[in-house]
Ligand binder design. Structure first.
Ligand code: GUN
Length: 303
C-alpha cells in the first residue's frame, strides 16, 4: 500500500470531543443544552438507522434530541405543520428532516420551510444558494460534503489550485461538495451519468470525491498517482466463501454482507497518495459535522 489512510473514525472522534467540550462549557455557563429535532417520515430501515445514530451522538455529546416520526402516508400539510412547530420551539436549535422523503411529498417545500438558523443540514435553498455565490457565507454547510473537505484539510491536502473531480451530482453530496471545492479555490469537474470518457476525466484529478453510489466503479488505473481519494459510497455486497459461493451468517441464516465504496480500495490504495476506507472514512464524519452544526446553531441562537 502506498497511500496514506485517512482515518475518518479518529478524525470524527476529535471533532466530537471538541463539540462535547464546548457543550459542557455552555452548560457550565448556564446556557440551555443544544437540541436537535429529527424528523423521520415513513419506515425506511436505512433512514431509521441513520436517525438513530444521530440521536445517539446527541446523547453522547450532552445535547438534547427530539425525535419525531410520521407515517409513510403522511400528508404534505402534516409534515409542514411539524416543521413549523419545530421552528417555533426554542428548545430546538437544529432541525433535520431525514431524506429521502416518500415520493408523494414535495421535498423542496419542506426544506425551504426550515428556519435558516435551524437548518443544520444546510439543505434549505437559502443556505445552498449562499454556498453557490461568491462572497456569501451559508450559515450551515451540508454535513457529508463538509466532512469530506474537513478530512482533506486535516491530512494537509492542498485544495487551492488542485484539479478536483466530483463523481455524482446529488443534492445531498455531489453538488454541495463541488460548490465547497470551488469556494476552496479548486478547479472542479462534476462527473455524472451523461459524462463521456469518465475514466479519463478521473485520471486528471488531484482530488477525487466519489459519491455516485456504484459499487467499486473507480478502478486503480483511473487514479492519478498521489491523488487524494475521498470515497463517499456505501454499498452492500455479498461476502463470498473461498469457493465463490455466498457466505451465510451462522447467527441469522442470511447471506453475509459487507460494505464497500464507489472506489475499488484494493487497487486504488496502491496508486493514491491519500485514501479513505469504507467503512471508517467519510461515514463517521457526517454525524460529527451534524453535531458541530447543531452546536453552532445553539451558539447563533443563544450566543
Ligand atoms: N439522507 C442521506 N444523507 C442525509 C443527510 O446528510 N441528511 C439528511 N437529512 N438526510 C440524508
Amino acid at each position: 500500500m502506498t497511500a496514506q489512510l485517512i482515518d475518518g473514525t479518529a478524525i470524527a472522534r476529535k471533532v466530537r470531543d471538541n463539540v462535547k467540550e464546548e457543550v459542557a462549557k455552555r452548560n457550565a455557563a448556564g446556557k440551555p443544552k443544544p437540541g436537535l429535532a429529527t424528523v423521520l417520515v415513513g419506515d425506511r430501515v436505512d433512514s431509521a438507522a441513520y436517525v438513530g445514530m444521530k440521536q445517539k451522538a446527541c446523547a453522547e455529546l450532552g445535547m438534547n434530541s427530539f425525535h419525531n416520526t410520521l407515517p409513510a402516508n403522511a400528508t404534505q400539510e402534516q409534515v409542514e405543520d411539524l416543521v413549523k412547530k419545530l421552528n417555533a420551539d426554542p428548545t430546538v436549535n437544529g432541525i433535520l428532516v431525514q431524506l429521502p422523503l416518500p415520493s408523494h411529498l414535495d421535498e423542496e417545500r419542506v426544506l425551504q420551510l426550515i428556519n435558516i438558523e435551524k437548518d443544520v443540514d444546510g439543505f434549505s435553498p437559502l443556505n445552498i444558494g449562499r454556498l453557490a455565490q461568491k462572497g456569501r457565507e451559508p450559515l450551515f454547510v451540508p454535513c457529508t460534503p463538509y466532512g469530506c473537505i474537513y478530512l482533506l484539510k486535516e491530512v494537509g491536502v492542498k485544495i487551492s489550485g488542485a484539479n478536483a473531480v466530483v463523481l455524482g451530482r446529488s443534492n445531498i453530496v455531489g453538488m454541495p461538495a463541488a460548490l465547497l471545492l470551488v469556494q476552496e479555490n479548486a478547479t472542479v469537474t462534476i462527473v455524472h451519468s451523461r459524462t463521456q470518457n469518465i475514466a479519463d476525466v478521473v485520471r486528471r484529478a488531484d482530488i477525487l470525491i466519489a459519491a455516485i453510489g456504484r459499487t467499486e466503479m473507480v478502478r486503480g488505473d483511473w487514479i492519478k498517482p498521489g491523488a487524494a481519494v475521498i470515497d463517499v459510497g456505501i454499498n452492500g455486497v455479498p461476502v463470498l466463501n473461498p469457493d465463490g459461493t455466498p457466505a451465510i451468517s451462522e447467527k441469522t441464516g442470511k447471506p453475509k454482507q459487507k460494505l464497500v465504496g464507489d472506489v475499488n480500495f484494493e487497487e486504488a490504495k496502491e496508486v493514491a497518495g491519500f485514501i479513505t476506507p469504507v467503512p471508517g472514512g467519510v461515514g463517521p464524519m457526517t454525524i460529527a459535522m451534524l453535531m458541530a452544526n447543531t452546536l453552532r446553531a445553539a451558539q447563533i441562537q443563544f450566543p
